[in-house]
Design a protein around this ligand. Sequence first.
Ligand SMILES: C=C(O[C@@H]1C=C(C(=O)O)C=C[C@H]1O)C(=O)O
Length: 450
Amino acid sequence: MERVRSSPAPPLVSRTTGIDAPAFAAAFDALPAPRMTWNAPDDALVLASGEAATLTADGPDRFAEIRAGADELFDSGDVHAGTEAARPRLFGGFAFHEGGCDGDPWEPFPEARFVLPRVQVTFADNGAWLTVNAVGAEADPDAVEARLAEERDRLAGLGEASDVSAADRPPRPGIAATRRTTSREAWRESVEAAVDRIRGGDLRKVVLAQALEADLAATFPRAATLDRLAEKYPDCHRYYFEPDAGGSAFFGATPERLVALRGRTVETDALAGTTGRGETPAEDEWLAQELLDDDKNVHEHELVADTVREQLEPFAASISPGERRVRRLATVQHLHTPITAELSADRHVLELVEALHPTPAVGGLPPDRALETIHDTEPFDRGWYAAPVGWIDAAGNGAFAVAIRSAVATPRRATLFAGVGLVADSDPDLEWDEVQLKYRPILDELEDEG
Ligand SMILES: C=C(O[C@@H]1C=C(C(=O)O)C=C[C@H]1O)C(=O)O
């Protein structure tokens, strides 16, 4: 098994200064890859660039190894941050399956990879902040201060957010050709086989996915796509990981939070059970009510809500599930139960990530049999799709989302992923249609308007 690599070795020096907010796209283009962005409804928008330190791990201990690497890195920290949101953070994610990041398009995405960026630009409620991090030989306070001044000048030269209008953005690239990993016939057979196993009592639920490869008619406009997703999905977690220069990026806008930990307060979501959007507000309401009353969807949802509660129980002093409701997004509506908990002791967010992933919203029940079914059925590698992505800080706080409504893009190609939860009375054709709806958030940003 590969050991955690932290390169180069600690100590860590981090300095922060307030800045005038630059235009996001200009700052994105000005900062070199590797790049990362994190943009969540209750969190600051962070744009990060470069690698002060990188932690990678694989195998069954990957969560614990990343945590150990993070502790070692942050323990040595000489950190001056003006505000909490601008503190140094490690950003990254995990592969869905243990041992599962093989081949195209996943080569640049290890089973677990977290980066402490050289530069973090944080757009918070209390203003914009620039943070410069250095580890090892570069970690000299004077040198870091000098870099901070240099980066601040570079960003100041870009113009401010208010100077830029949406009309200046590059258009959507357009799609020249698409290829599916799964034909309708193959899909029908896999869904029927899964449903048979569920009816036979061998499985209770399994989530099967498909992938769709799209050749782009023009170069993938990275920053513009992120800007457009931010406007269209303000209530979703938007994420972008570009591990090497000019190469692949894994990105998306997911409605599903895996877990957020702050102190001892945990927030998570059970999100499962889906219907479409109506043409009118009245039709939307009708579909939402039908979803709330539908036995199949409520069962599919409750398996997730119950499991999330059970998985949190060993850690929690109290768990407070909210009321089941409908979450309305641009192309679909979901059943949603927000869940909060108070921990009985201090924990690292990665302990909770490990306990919760994969929830039956993206895996199934019982977990081992569901994962085996997914592995044996899907003709492609999930890579980081449907897996935890997010950040961790020195205190062990952090926020993770479930990386659905996502794609891997290279300059001229994108591979999209979408899946559906199957239970005893799932219908292959309806589930096919649901997959197509779940491609929409990303597909809409790739197809040209005309
Ligand atoms: C697996 C996906 O979505 C998940 C499956 C859902 C369902 O089957 O109803 C709903 C939300 C997500 O938990 C996806 O979008 O790819």
